[in-house]
Design a protein around this ligand. Structure first.
Ligand SMILES: *[C@@H]1O[C@H](CO)[C@@H](O)[C@H](O)[C@H]1NC(C)=O
Ligand SMILES: *[C@@H]1O[C@H](CO)[C@@H](O)[C@H](O)[C@H]1NC(C)=O
Ligand SMILES: *[C@@H]1O[C@H](CO)[C@@H](O)[C@H](O)[C@H]1NC(C)=O
Ligand SMILES: *[C@@H]1O[C@H](CO)[C@@H](O)[C@H](O)[C@H]1NC(C)=O
Ligand SMILES: *[C@@H]1O[C@H](CO)[C@@H](O)[C@H](O)[C@H]1NC(C)=O
Ligand SMILES: *[C@@H]1O[C@H](CO)[C@@H](O)[C@H](O)[C@H]1NC(C)=O
Length: 467
């Protein structure tokens, strides 16, 4: 800051004698000078004092000067003080500006306290500036400027804070609230977020998270010798709560699907009563499924899909599954003749198989259950004969492999929604050594498993959907 200089003009009085030539009597004047020249002319000079000179004025002026000087000195020290203060303020303002710029430029989160401190600092400065102004009577450009800048910064801080309130602070508060609610939910349920309610038939989840222990329903109706087979529950989308259970032990040996039974309730099934028994000729392996009151299976010794009407027990349609291998070319590990494994999920009918072109890797096709036409096909990287079995949930294929005689592992998935595949690990207990078939039901979220002549069910739990 440049001090406003106080320029004092000191007037020095200069009394000048003015020579006047006159023939006057010298005694009248003290400053008379007279002389007579060679021609007898008397010349005299007199110096006349300026009778108008105000001695009083000079005196007054002299007093004024001293007062002014004193005042000036006083003001000068004041200005020096203020200058110092101003420099301090300027430094603080600069610091504040830097702080605010950093806050603006970095999107890292700054908390409410930061703003409170900033606001405190700014208001303190405002107070000081007002004080300064009142002591420094009169307008001063620099102080005005300072005041304006502080007002600007105040506005900026408010703006920043309001911006932040709308974003980070608000979101943070929301997140904290959500976290608390989540925690409450978890505490209420007493477990992790893997077990939560999924409406029947809904795909509003993030995939299979875990599997329960097996529930042993019963030994199949033909007895312990019938180690191969399948069982499940019909899924009819128009009538999803309908209960129709089917059990199909293969004829002795591991190949022919020939007899099957239907039960209207689980009680009937468990008590072996009110069973309706049927015979067909023939299916290969235990990959069949019942969907919408029709059975779908691999017609023996062909690459045909057969569609059987349960009401009449007749094959109403047969259609070749393009390029599918058959006749036990690529079946499952330890389970023969399951070249075609049918699956049902929330979205409809699927078939899991292999082709020569896929070199035995799993191929997944979505099937039009009316026409048996292939709607879409996905090639996976998983070799089918190294897998125990597979099932599909919400368009995601899950494959199982044996770990030992008592445990299996859901170890692989292929998501037809995204084309992504990968490893996973969910351990699945089993009763006996071999699992012959696995069928999923979209309504009850159960797996119906045929395990060396025993019928088992498992409950699936799902991950929460990622937002
Ligand atoms: C008077 O006047 C004469 C001529 O101008 C000068 O020489 C002389 O010094 C003067 N004397 C005094 C006392 O002023
Ligand atoms: C401004 O910031 C610097 C460096 O952080 C610090 O040394 C200085 O004391 C601050 N000045 C004021 C007036 O706050
Ligand atoms: C205050 O802010 C206004 C608008 O942002 C700007 O035009 C002005 O130059 C600022 N004044 C000071 C002293 O920073
Ligand atoms: C919940 O899941 C997390 C990670 O998935 C795990 O670390 C934690 O142990 C689980 N807690 C309970 C109680 O199961
Ligand atoms: C998965 O389910 C099994 C069987 O109910 C249970 O023992 C295990 O703790 C569960 N795992 C997780 C991660 O919840
Ligand atoms: C399935 O096939 C039937 C009969 O050909 C046809 O009417 C229907 O539109 C097909 N559905 C799909 C999803 O392609």
């Amino acid at each position: 800051m440049k001090a406003k200089g106080l320029a004092l003009l000191l007037a020095f009085l200069h009394l000048q004698t003015t020579p006047i030539t006159a023939h006057l009597r010298s005694e009248l004047f003290s400053n008379f000078n007279g002389s007579v020249d060679d021609h007898g002319i008397c010349t005299c000079s007199v110096v006349l004092p300026d009778t108008s000179f105000p001695a009083q004025k000079v005196e007054n002026l002299e007093i004024t000067v001293s007062v002014l000087t004193e005042k000036f000195e006083k003001e000068l020290t004041k200005v020096k003080e203020y200058t110092k203060m101003m420099q301090l303020f300027e430094q603080r303002l600069l610091n504040l500006s830097i702080k605010i710029r950093v806050m603006e430029e970095t999107s890292i989160s700054y908390n409410k306290l930061d703003f409170e401190l900033l606001k405190l600092e700014v208001s303190e400065m405002q107070k000081l500036v007002i004080e300064l102004k009142s002591s420094f009577v009169g307008s001063n450009v620099i102080i005005d400027q300072l005041e304006l800048e502080i007002r600007n910064i105040t506005l900026l801080v408010q703006e920043l804070e309001s911006l932040d309130k709308n974003n980070i602070l608000a979101i943070r508060r929301e997140i904290v609230a959500l976290k608390n609610r989540l925690k409450e939910c978890e505490e209420f349920r007493g477990q992790n977020n893997t077990d939560f309610f999924i409406p029947p038939g809904s795909c509003g989840h993030g995939g299979v998270a875990n599997i329960s222990k097996p529930f042993i329903v019963q030994l199949n109706w033909r007895g312990a010798a019938y180690k191969y087979g399948a069982w499940g529950r019909d899924y009819t989308p128009m009538e999803p709560t309908k209960t129709l259970y089917w059990v199909a032990p293969l004829s002795t040996g591991d190949r022919y699907l020939e007899y099957y039974r239907l039960y209207d309730t689980m009680d009937d099934l468990q008590l072996y009563k009110y069973a309706r028994e049927f015979r067909i000729q023939y299916g290969d392996g235990s990959g069949m499924v019942i969907y919408n009151n029709f059975m779908y299976f691999n017609y023996y010794s062909t690459r045909d899909i057969a569609k059987l009407d349960l009401n009449t027990n007749t094959v109403t349609l047969r259609k070749n599954l393009p390029n599918a291998v058959y006749n036990n070319r690529f079946s499952y590990a330890g389970v023969n003749w399951q070249d075609m494994d049918f699956a049902v999920d929330e979205t409809g009918l699927w078939v899991i198989y292999s082709t020569e072109a896929s070199t035995g890797n799993i191929v997944i096709s979505k099937i039009n259950d009316t026409s048996l036409e292939v709607l879409n096909t996905w090639q996976t990287m998983q070799y089918k004969p190294s897998v125990t079995n597979a099932f599909i949930v919400c368009g995601v294929l899950y494959a199982i492999r044996p770990m030992n005689t008592r445990k299996e592992e859901i170890f692989y998935y292929y998501d037809t929604n995204t084309g992504r595949e990968g490893r996973m690990s969910i351990i699945m207990d089993k009763m006996l050594e071999k699992i012959q078939s696995v069928n999923y039901h979209p309504l009850d979220h159960k797996l119906y498993v045929y395990n060396d002549a025993y019928l088992l069910t498992y409950d699936l739990s799902f991950q929460q959907e990622l937002q």
